[in-house]
Design a protein around this ligand. Structure first.
Ligand code: MLT
Length: 267
């Protein structure tokens, strides 16, 4: 697996297929495997780059990170791979990173895909929950965080009818190092609000959300899409907070349609 060293981190990534470049950033406490089925479908139409963010999956980090520093790391990958511009997609925490990158490095992007994520910052209650999760992971490790989060991640039907999907997700989440969970909770707690970033964006923005996303629900994501001048939204049936993992065919088709729309509009 190729990797890139950035400061005190090593970022491992998959680079698949040919065509217009789509980079997809995973959520928390996950890694690039949540996009594996989407990438398999997209790679015949696009070049798909899937980094494990520093500290997650096969990537390492020797220092705490912020959403802004992760965005700078992703910008470094885009430059090191000599990509002129990419269509950047982010799932949940990856969506925070994608919005931070759109704010700090807009010239690197041709389009933005926001999946099951939020443009708002954590409120006080949300910040307190991050602090509680930091305490939980320090005291009891990754399994306690997985037990707390897993029941919220998928469409409610999955817990009864798709046990194999629940177990696959559990095993991805269990692989997340406790130290990374600690850093990521601090990074998400301290992230900024992206309302003004989205309002100012000239780029096309595609919002994708699972119909039963209980963490970033469709009602909130409609507001996200409405902020962007060139925003549109698709709601994915049979998906919760992890639409790319739960309904990869639909999400891959939505991204492919967006990629070709971006290409046509730029000609
Ligand atoms: C994620 O899926 O990345 C997280 O649920 C994001 C968050 O906790 O805000």
């Amino acid at each position: 697996m190729p990797s890139i060293s950035i400061d005190r981190s090593t970022v491992s990534y998959s680079d698949l297929g040919n065509g217009p470049v789509v980079m997809l950033l995973h959520g928390f406490p996950l890694d690039r495997r949540v996009f594996a089925d989407v990438a398999d479908r997209l790679r015949t139409r696009c070049r798909v780059i899937l980094p494990d963010l520093p500290g997650f999956g096969q990537s390492e980090t020797a220092q705490p990170f912020t959403i802004g520093s992760l965005a700078d790391d992703v910008a470094t990958i885009v430059r090191r791979l000599d990509l002129k511009s990419v269509i950047l997609g982010g799932l949940s925490m990856g969506g925070y990173v994608a919005q931070a990158l759109a704010q700090a490095h807009p010239a690197l992007l041709a389009g933005l895909v926001l999946i099951d994520t939020k443009h708002t910052a954590d409120d006080l209650a949300g910040k307190a929950k991050r602090d509680a999760m930091i305490e939980l992971v320090k005291a009891k490790g990754t399994p306690a965080v997985v037990d707390q989060m897993l029941p919220m991640m998928l469409h409610q039907h999955a817990y009864k009818h798709r046990p194999e999907q629940v177990e696959k997700l559990r095993s991805i989440m269990l692989d997340c190092p406790a130290r990374t969970i600690e850093y990521a909770c601090g990074a998400m707690r301290d992230r900024r609000d992206f309302t003004e970033t989205l309002k100012a964006l000239e780029l096309p923005v595609k919002v994708i959300v699972g119909e039963d996303d209980r963490i970033s629900p469709p009602s909130q994501m409609r507001e996200t899409a409405a902020l962007a001048r060139r925003g549109s939204i698709s709601i994915v049936a049979d998906a919760g907070h992890l639409a790319p993992f739960e309904s990869p065919e639909i999400v891959a088709d939505e991204i492919a349609r967006f990629v070709f729309q971006v290409q046509e509009e730029s000609q």
